[in-house]
Write a protein that binds this ligand. Structure first.
Ligand code: PEP
Ligand code: MG
Length: 295
């Protein structure tokens, strides 16, 4: 079996009927890139940038972040690298943020909510990402979006960072902007959101949690936690339709994207990109190559 999978290493991600699929990888750290390259993924669909913040005693500087993003972009040698902006709070805490204890941290002050209310942190990260984009193909993705104005505000800040870099004569590349669809609200207003961005990436881990109202970390609820719940699958289908209506690429970067029982369903819904943990890449590639979408 191992050897069979190894033979898939350099094979294309294409179905039996010739539909090309973007098979990307999720990473949390620069050190994960080696495994991504080994399986020859077409890109990185989710770079969880939090590690840069969680491993430090204070805010990572622009230079530190730039170095990490640049290194990943260069290692991927022109393949797309989607960097998710800071998704801290809830289960991911760093003391120096001095976040207050909350009754419902999963529904609390986290991710884009921190970035929009503490723009100095957000701008530092965006500057680092844009600067790194001169060294590879980088895209930006905003997490935990629930409302249209959040996307508009985040894009406004990104535009102002670009203006600043231009003024300073600092080079940067052409950077696509996307959002994670991981709240039911975002899924339901996905037609409106699609007009604002280049791509969607469905974060099924949180989408399942918020749709079913089940804490993703509470083991006591395992028998109720059903990532394949029809409510979740219908939302995914709707998001794919909404995105495509407005020329938005639609991917999945939550764990459900690696569920090979669902690969055919996802591709039939028109999902363009599956981003999975590096250890699942070959398994999903094998499934894609066995799938016939005309049947
Ligand atoms: C998700 O919510 O599905 C996701 C990919 O993000 P994270 O698991 O980092 O919250
Ligand atoms: Mg999430």
């Amino acid at each position: 079996k191992e050897r069979l999978l190894q033979e898939l290493k350099d094979k294309e991600d294409v179905t039996l009927d010739g539909t090309k699929v973007k098979l990307y990888a999720n990473i949390g750290d620069v050190s994960d890139v080696a495994e991504v390259l080994k399986s020859n993924a077409a890109g990185i669909g989710l770079f969880r940038s939090e590690f840069l913040y969680l491993e430090k005693k204070t805010y990572p500087t622009e230079e530190e972040q730039f170095a990490a993003y640049r290194q990943v972009a260069e290692m991927m040698a022109g393949k797309e690298v989607i960097i998710r902006t800071l998704d801290i709070g809830a289960d991911k805490q760093a003391d120096y943020f001095k976040l207050k204890k909350e009754e419902n941290p999963a529904m609390g002050y986290r991710a884009i909510r921190i970035c929009l209310t503490r723009p100095e942190i957000f701008r530092t990260q965006l500057r680092a990402i844009y600067r790194a984009s001169a060294f590879g193909k980088i895209s930006i993705m905003f997490p935990m979006i629930a409302s249209l104005w959040e996307v508009q505000k985040a894009k406004e800040i990104a535009a102002s960072v670009r203006d600043e870099l231009k003024e300073q004569g600092v080079p940067f590349g052409n950077v696509a902007i996307g959002i994670m669809i991981e709240t039911p609200a975002a899924a339901i207003i996905s037609e409106d959101l699609a007009k604002e961005v280049d791509f969607f990436s469905i974060g099924t881990n949180d989408l399942v949690q918020y749709t079913l109202a089940i804490d993703r970390q509470n083991e006591k609820l395992d028998e109720f936690y059903d990532p394949k719940h029809p409510a979740v699958l219908r939302l995914i289908r709707f998001v794919a339709e909404s995105g495509h209506k407005y020329g938005c690429m639609v991917g999945i970067c939550g764990e459900l994207g690696a569920e090979t029982d669902l690969t055919e369903d996802f591709l039939k819904m028109g999902i363009d990109e599956l981003s999975v943990s590096p250890s699942f890449l070959l398994k999903v590639r094998e499934k894609i190559r066995q799938t016939d979408l005309t049947k």
